[in-house]
Structure formats: structure tokens, C-alpha cells
Design a protein around this ligand. Structure first.
Ligand code: PDD
Length: 288
């Protein structure tokens, strides 16, 4: 039985109730985090809580819990879940209003919801074969650095990929790569790792940071800058990253092979190895 946290209580998912007047439900007025947990150790927890804080500040919502309180909630959910590897959702909405009104009510109590699900990282076969992607114009708003629950554009863009038999949609704004519908995107060209620069057009991914840190540690040359559409199409390798997918190779874009192989590339294989080594140090408690 899945146990969730809702507004101060731990209870079975089936018993959790929120008001239909919740601004998260009516307006998508909220923010969230998804945190991977390996062997019951949350990965990069401090960074996820820091990003939650920035998202809350960006939507003018006071953090309803102290860092200690977040830790306590997460610790209990992690300990009580039946799986060793988990994916934790933290979600804060502005809360229920008495009367439907776009403007914030003078007094309102945020809704805090945390859910644990089993984490299914991509299987070996998928990592070797890679995934296919399509591209689309980035139709989202101009504050994509906020991890907002209003994800309609992301859902429509991800579904476009599904409808085309693909796994992800790469988003371009004015001919520049922003990110994926639910991932960050990296390009490998001539042995150099290219990463879009963090700005208001993409989510500052926690996995994105880990990948750049590992590249620096292992001497993989990196350029963080705008990446033009033509560079993406001429890439030797393309990767997508996210907390639940880790790092995955994209081997086909809009029906054309990426690079020479159309399978996972050599730089991906190195990065994947570094990522798994790093995870092991986290599981042993030597890093976070
Ligand atoms: N999404 N960009 C977008 C739009 C995302 O939704 C995500 C992750 C990322 C990767 O960020 P991170 O490495 O911090 O997970 C980038 C999560 C997993 C989700 O919505 O479920």
C-alpha cells in the first residue's frame, strides 16, 4: 500500500483528498520536484530542495516546510516504501481558495503533497539501442526555469513523440535548442560535450549539473552555449538526461540517424560508466 504525505499527515494514497478549489487543480498554480532514491539514499537532495526553494520564490510562495521538516518527511517515506530504488515527488501548490479568482487570496494555506513510486531506470537494452526523438517548436512560456506543475505544453509535446513512436521531443526556440519535453539535452561533436546554457528557457536540471561535473572531473572538453538546430542535426551523439532516466542516448532524430552508428556512442558509454560509479559513491554515503 503506497503511503503519501499530505498537509502534515502520512496516509494511504487511496485516502488522500484535496479540494477541487485547490489552485494547483484549477490553475496549475504550484511547483514540484522529482528526486531519485538509490538503495534508500536520496540523490542530490540538497540540490533538489534548493531548486524547489527557487521555484517557490519565483511564484511568490513561501516555503511551507523548513529544510529539516522536508528531510524528516522524505526520510520517513523512503524508509517506509517497499522498494529500495524510488522516485519521490514533492509538490507544493498555493492551496485551496474560497472563491475562484486568478489573483491570490489574501490568506491561503499551501497544499503539500509527497508521493513515492518505484524508480525504474532504463534497462541495459534501451541504453545500448538508444531512443528515437522528434523535434518541435518550443511552445512553452518564457519562465521554463521554474519547475511549475502547469505542464500542459510539456505533456502535449511529449505526446507528439509518443504518437510518432518516439520517446522524446527536442524543443527549439528561434532555431536554438532549449531542452526536451521532460529532459535536458546534450550534444557531442568531435569529442566536445555541448550543453545549452541555463537561462529562463530551460529547467536547470540536477542531472544536467551532474553530467557537467563528471565531464570536468574526467577531462571531457565542454562548451556551455547556445546550440543551433544545424549543430544538433550534425551531432556525433545526442543524449537526454533526467532524474528518472539518468543519461540516455538519442540515436534517431526526425527519422534520421544521429552520427554514424544509430546506436549508443562511445562518449555516452564513458559518461554512463562515470554516472554509475558516482551513484555507487552516493549509495555508500561518500557523496550526494
Ligand atoms: N522532469 N527539463 C524538463 C522540462 C524536465 O521536466 C526535467 C525532469 C528535466 C531534467 O531535470 P532533472 O535532471 O532535475 O530531473 C529537464 C522530471 C523528471 C519530471 O517532470 O518527472
Amino acid at each position: 500500500m503506497t503511503c503519501v504525505y499530505l498537509n502534515g499527515e502520512f496516509l494511504p494514497l487511496a485516502a488522500a483528498r484535496i479540494s477541487p478549489m485547490d489552485r494547483g487543480f484549477l490553475f496549475g498554480d504550484g511547483v514540484y520536484e522529482v528526486i531519485p532514491v538509490y538503495s534508500r539514499r536520496p540523490f542530490r537532495l540538497a540540490e533538489h530542495l534548493a531548486r524547489l526553494q527557487s521555484s517557490l520564490a519565483a511564484i511568490r510562495l513561501a516555503n511551507p516546510l523548513t529544510p529539516e521538516a522536508w528531510h524528516a518527511v522524505i526520510e520517513r517515506l523512503v524508509a517506509e516504501a517497499e522498494w529500495n530504488n524510488q522516485s519521490i515527488l514533492l509538490q507544493v501548490t498555493r492551496g485551496p481558495m474560497a472563491v475562484r479568482n486568478h489573483a491570490f487570496p489574501a490568506t491561503i494555506t499551501p497544499t503539500v503533497f509527497c508521493l513515492v513510486e518505484p524508480l525504474h531506470t532504463p534497462p541495459a537494452e534501451l541504453r545500448e539501442k538508444g531512443i528515437a526523438a522528434i523535434s518541435a517548436a518550443d511552445t512553452r512560456w518564457l519562465r521554463c526555469n521554474i519547475k511549475a506543475t502547469s505542464l500542459l505544453a510539456n505533456c502535449l509535446l511529449r505526446q507528439m513523440a509518443m504518437d510518432a513512436g518516439c520517446a522524446e521531443t527536442l524543443l527549439f526556440r528561434d532555431g536554438i535548442l532549449s531542452e526536451g519535453a521532460a529532459s535536458n539535452i546534450f550534444v557531442i561533436k568531435s569529442g566536445v560535450l555541448l550543453a545549452p546554457q541555463k537561462n529562463h528557457l530551460m529547467l536547470p536540471g540536477i542531472t544536467y549539473d551532474v553530467v557537467l561535473e563528471l565531464a570536468a572531473q574526467h577531462g571531457l572538453p565542454t562548451e556551455v552555449r547556445d546550440i543551433a538546430d544545424a549543430e544538433v542535426r550534425a551531432a556525433d551523439e545526442l543524449w537526454m538526461t533526467s532524474s528518472t532516466k539518468e543519461v540516455l542516448p538519442i540515436v534517431e532524430l526526425d527519422g534520421r540517424k544521429v552520427g554514424a552508428g544509430g546506436t549508443a556512442g562511445p562518449v555516452f558509454k564513458k559518461m554512463y560508466g562515470w554516472y554509475q560509479d558516482f551513484k555507487r559513491t552516493v549509495m555508500h554515503g561518500d557523496a550526494s
